[in-house]
Design a protein around this ligand. Structure first.
Ligand code: PEP
Ligand code: MN
Length: 364
C-alpha cells in the first residue's frame, strides 16, 4: 500500500531540522511549565514534548500523571506558544488528548509492536486531522513499523513522521537502544516521502552521547530530533540519566552541523557526477562477474550430479573463506564485510547447484 503523506515540517511551517524537546514525563505543573519556559527561551525548539502516560518496564515506577498532566502540558503550551505532543497508546488517551487540545500525537515503541493497540489508536483517530509520529517498534522489525504507519494512514491520518529511537538488544553496547541506522535508511528507501525524526535520548540512555547521536542522525538526512530535557535532570522521575537541562540542550543544538543533501556549487556537482559514473560502471562489472560466477556454479552442480557428489563440501568452503578474507583485508576491505559478501555468494551458489541437482533428467 502506498502511503498518502503530508510533510510534518511543512505542516509546522518550519525548515528542517524540526526540534522537539521537553521532559520524559510531566511530573508536576511547576516542573512542566518551568521546563517548557526555559526550553522556549532558547528560541531553538519548535514543539514541546512530555509523557503523560508512561509505559514502564516494571510496575511501581512512575507511570505518569495521567489526565491531570494534560492540563499542565496545555498550560505549558499557553505559556510558550509552542505546539505540544505526547504519547498515546489507547483510544482513551487519544480522546483525552483531542479534548485537551494536544497538537501532535505519537505512538510509542512499546505500542508500535502491538497491531491490536495500533489499530485501536487508529480507529480512535478516524476522521480526525492531527499529525501522528510513529516510533520504531522495540524489536528491529521494519514491517511492524511500516504496518503501524499504514494502519494510521488507512484511518485518514496523512501528516505523519517516523521516530527512530533505537532497538532493544540482548547484547549490551554503549547505547540503551542500539541505533541500527540501517533500519531507518531502509525505511527511507521504501517510503521516500516519509520524514524521519531521531530520538537520540532513547538511543543513548546517557546524556553524554546525545550530541554525537544527534549529529549522526542529521548526517543521515533525518528531518528532526526529539531530545528529552528537564529543569533538574538528575531528579527526574523517569529517564534521569538521559535528560539534559534546557541550557545543555541549547548547547547541543548550537553544536550541530546541518549539511545539505546536495550543493548548488558547480564543481561539487561535476565531481559528484564523475564519481557517480564510476560507481555505476563498477556496479555493472560487479554484477556481470557475479552472473558469470553463478553460471560456473551451475556447471559445477551439473558435474557433481553426474558424479553423485554432495553439493556442500565444507573443506573447500573453509578454504575459500580463508583465502578471500586474507585477500579482502589486503585490499583494504573490512573483514566483516568480506565475510558477509562471501556468505551471500555462497548461499546463492548452493541454491543454483540445488536447482541443477533436483532438475528432472529428461529420459529418452
Ligand atoms: C518516551 O518518549 O518517553 C518513551 C517512552 O519512548 P519510547 O516509546 O521510545 O520508549
Ligand atoms: Mn523517556
Amino acid at each position: 500500500m502506498k502511503l498518502q503523506l503530508q510533510s510534518i515540517t511543512k505542516w509546522m511551517g518550519i525548515e528542517k531540522p524540526l526540534i522537539i524537546s521537553g521532559p520524559c514525563s510531566a511530573e508536576t505543573e511547576a516542573q512542566m511549565v518551568s521546563t517548557a519556559k526555559q526550553i522556549a527561551a532558547t528560541g531553538k525548539v519548535h514543539a514541546l514534548r512530555a509523557g503523560i502516560w508512561k509505559p514502564r518496564t516494571r510496575p511501581g515506577q512512575y507511570e505518569g500523571a495521567g489526565e491531570e498532566g494534560l492540563k499542565w502540558l496545555i498550560a505549558a503550551k499557553k505559556e510558550t506558544g509552542l505546539p505540544v505532543t505526547t504519547e498515546v497508546a489507547t483510544a482513551a488517551h487519544v480522546e483525552a488528548c483531542l479534548k485537551a487540545g494536544v497538537d501532535i500525537l505519537w505512538v510509542g515503541a512499546r505500542t508500535t509492536v502491538n497491531p491490536f493497540s495500533v489499530q485501536e489508536v487508529a480507529d480512535a483517530l478516524k476522521g480526525v486531522d492531527i499529525p501522528v509520529m510513529v516510533k520504531n517498534p522495540v524489536n528491529p522489525d521494519l514491517e511492524l513499523w511500516i504496518g503501524a504507519l499504514e494502519r494510521l494512514n488507512r484511518a485518514g491520518i496523512t501528516t505523519m513522521a517516523a521516530i527512530h529511537r533505537g532497538f532493544s538488544s540482548f547484547e549490551k553496547g554503549p547505547f540503551r537502544n542500539a541505533p541500527m541506522w540501517d533500519m531507518s535508511i531502509e525505511l527511507k528507501t521504501r517510503i521516500p516521502d516519509l520524514e524521519i525524526i531521531c530520538d537520540p535520548s532513547h538511543i543513548s540512555g546517557d546524556r553524554n552521547l546525545i550530541a554525537m547521536v544527534s549529529q549522526k542522525a542529521l548526517d543521515l538526512d533525518m528531518s528532526g530530533l526529539m531530545i528529552e530535557s528537564h529543569i533538574n535532570p538528575d531528579a527526574a522521575w523517569s529517564d534521569a540519566k538521559q535528560q539534559v537541562t534546557p541550557t545543555a540542550l541549547s548547547k547541543i543544538i548550537d553544536g550541530l552541523v546541518v549539511r545539505q543533501v546536495s550543493s548548488e556549487n558547480k564543481s561539487f556537482k561535476d565531481t559528484l557526477s564523475v564519481l557517480r559514473d564510476q560507481i555505476d560502471s563498477l556496479d555493472d562489472e560487479i554484477f556481470q562477474k557475479l552472473a558469470s560466477r553463478m553460471k560456473i556454479s551451475e556447471k559445477i552442480g551439473q558435474y557433481k550430479k553426474e558424479n553423485n557428489v554432495t553439493i556442500l563440501q565444507v573443506n573447500r568452503w573453509e578454504e575459500i573463506i580463508k583465502s578471500r578474507v586474507i585477500m579482502g583485508i589486503a585490499m583494504g576491505l573490512d573483514e566483516g564485510f568480506t565475510r558477509d559478501v562471501l556468505r551471500l555468494i555462497h548461499h546463492e551458489s548452493i541454491q543454483v547447484q540445488t536447482k541443477v541437482m533436483n532438475k528432472d533428467e529428461v529420459k529418452v
